[in-house]
Design a protein around this ligand. Structure first.
Ligand code: PMP
Length: 359
């Protein structure tokens, strides 16, 4: 019998693996996916395009065509190097590995995206979580104090934040970037950028230590796994060294190139989801006993009297949301719900209303 305790690092063996619930047969509103497929004729054309891809060859690792399209279609400044990841999860892992000097620390507001802390642990970095305020806005004073105390190598700011949907004040992010200064990188994680009114991508030139990270997942391509980041070119040059050479496979590359050339289709879907977000937030606010937090993302965070019970009743209605109540004390009795199509949102609202009233 192999001895796990002799082989595996204790901080890994004590972890639970990232849990993805089985959603078979359920209306899946737990993972911030875009509910819309590509239009049928575009899927057909994509299938033909993918049929031409040489599966026998490794990808050409410069990915220059794909990077050019990302720059042109998704607004990365032309003078910036782009680093690609197999989802932005992999970019987080790459940043962690590259910055994992002995004793280095990672700082982020909590509750936040769990991979910041997990990736830090995987790479042997210490994670420092700075609690948000009770209304789930950023505690900027606490962030600045923690930066002075800990001098973090990496500071993550999800803009907007997951799981709260909060869009931090841009001036606070600027203050944080200045406080971190030359001794760390500030990663503004814009995973939900298609649903947010502002971005730091056009402001990269103002900061030496800023990295803007994004993904095509929430835009409607979660299945192909493609993330990208840009920032100080010298930093990107270093992060590129820890990128697995062929991390973007040929099918992902070809599919992304095809869809980005027609990105207005996804932009229109995102616009529709932003409109649906307002509708759903209004409908939720009208329900007695439901608190809705402001969101700049494609999900809404709500607080109910008993999240555990409501979660279970929604499951009885075959609806899967995310119960984040146990994630952090600030999220007590909170549920996170992906904004979906008008039809699915209506199903959710009916089930929620029933779940809140039934015993
Ligand atoms: N950043 C944030 C804030 C997220 O919420 C997520 C996914 N839930 C990611 C990054 C990772 O996205 P992906 O790996 O799909 O690109």
């Amino acid at each position: 019998m192999v001895s796990i305790t002799d082989i595996i690092r204790p901080e890994i063996s004590s972890l639970a693996a990232y849990h993805v619930p089985d959603a078979a047969g359920l209306l899946k509103l737990d993972a911030m996916e875009n509910p819309y497929l590509l239009p049928a004729e575009m899927q057909q054309a994509l299938a033909q395009h993918l049929a031409q891809v040489a599966l026998n060859r490794y990808p050409v690792p410069s990915y220059s065509g794909l990077k050019q399209l990302i720059a042109d279609k998704l607004g990365v400044p032309a003078d910036r190097e782009i680093v690609l990841g197999n989802g932005s999860d992999e970019l987080i892992a790459m940043i962690s590995v590259a910055c994992a000097r002995p004793g280095a620390k990672v700082l982020a507001p909590v509750p936040g995206f769990v991979m910041y802390a997990m990736s830090a642990k995987f790479a042997g970095l210490e994670f420092i979580g700075v609690p948000l305020q009770a209304d789930l806005t950023l505690d900027t004073a606490a962030m600045l104090a923690a930066i002075r105390t800990h001098r973090p190598a990496i500071t993550y700011l999800a803009y907007p934040n997951n799981p709260t949907g909060t869009l931090y004040d841009a001036d606070d992010i600027v203050a944080i970037a200045h406080a971190v200064g030359d001794s760390g990188v500030v990663v503004v994680d814009e995973a939900y950028q298609p649903f947010a009114p502002t971005s730091f991508m056009p402001r990269l030139a103002e900061f030496d230590n800023l990295v803007v990270m994004r993904t095509v997942s929430k835009l409607g391509l979660a299945g192909i796994r493609l993330g990208y980041m840009a920032g100080n070119n010298a930093l990107m040059h270093e992060f590129e060294k820890v990128r697995p050479p062929y991390n973007i496979n040929v099918l992902t590359q070809a599919a992304a190139e095809f869809v980005l050339q027609r990105v207005e289709v996804l932009d229109a879907q995102a616009a529709e989801l932003r409109a649906q977000r307002s509708q759903l937030a209004m409908a939720l606010s009208a329900l007695p006993g439901v608190q809705v937090f402001p969101s700049a993302a494609n999900f809404l965070l709500i607080r109910v009297a008993n999240a555990e019970q409501v979660f279970a009743k929604l499951l009885d209605h075959k609806i899967l949301v995310k119960n984040v109540g146990k994630m952090h004390s600030l999220l007590e009795n909170c549920l996170r719900i992906t904004v979906s199509t008008p039809e699915e949102n209506a199903l959710f609202m009916a089930a929620l209303a029933a779940s809140l009233t039934s015993k």
